[in-house]
Design a protein around this ligand. Sequence first.
Ligand SMILES: [Zn+2]
Length: 369
Amino acid sequence: MELLETFRDMVNHAIHICIEENIKGRLKLRDRIYEDLQKRYHVVACCPYSVAEVAWSIVKKHRKWHRRPYAKRLMMKMDGQNYSLNYSILSVAFRRSERILIPLRCGDYQRSFLMDTTIRRGSVTITDSAVIIAFTKEASPVEPMKRIGIDLNEKSAVRSDGTRYDLSEVARVHTEYGVRRRDFYQRHPLDTRLKKKYASTRRERERINQLLHRKAKEIVREAKSESQAIVLERLKGIRYAHPKGNWEGKARRRMIAQWPFRVLQSYIVYKAGWEGVRVEFVSAARTSQTCNKCRYINKKLKLTEREWRCPNCGAILDRDLNAAINIERRGKIPCLGEVRPGALDTDEAVKGNEQTSAPILRAEVSKPT
Ligand SMILES: [Zn+2]
């Protein structure tokens, strides 16, 4: 704690100088406080660098708020060369001729990152309850054999090969907390103190994020094990999620309308990047209305129709699976040794032109790189 308090003092000292002398720029601030901090606090040479970095980020943030900045939270940040990790003992150089050893308590999951030699470690941030180590990894790309489209809807994520990931838990948690909040506001509409405790969205967000992390992990793991590239649709608007007429008001519905999908997509993108799985985004236009067998566009399709019969070719289609197949077909990531029916131009299909000629077989082989 003494370490963290000293660091905070230094940051506040730096902020003070920055404001008083109207210093513009992180590097200028660093040069200005360098000797000052070393003399006052007897810290190691690289310490002022991270102090300047933290102080500058606070000053910059407060400039927008028009408030006098100061560092409130207890934290400390150190550059990569300023600490070392020996198994699970963190050793931080802080004051001259003094090293601080912090034993880290970590589970198998965290330990696996500490042991991973392919990881490059970045800065370390120490707070009163946690030690956060930033790291980067060079992922070896997975050469895709096949693309896989994923349709996201309120209840599930559906892959174009028919695998379904259940997401109904997300909607359930949403509703559970939403109802609880609504009841709370009816009883105590003005109590901000209680609001923080009983109607905050934090716990809800955490639970949902955890769920989404798990699902994204599953999706990426499967894509990796089968050497697939993931195709997602570019989400726009609020037509996903939360249909009209549920307990939520219009504004709230709008607010939460898309986020679980966007968040899930961003988790997929990030985890895929980590694993070297390729991801691409394609247009979402009419993915669920187009028949994947004959490209007919059923404009009369309602949102509630989970299953529909194509008026043109008579195929019975599952709404989500059909969309996933259409998403997959729009993908352009080249796959190894791929043979697929060509002439299924997505732009044409979107416009609603009927496909009359028989599809021509075309081989697509990725260029050697
Ligand atoms: Zn059809």
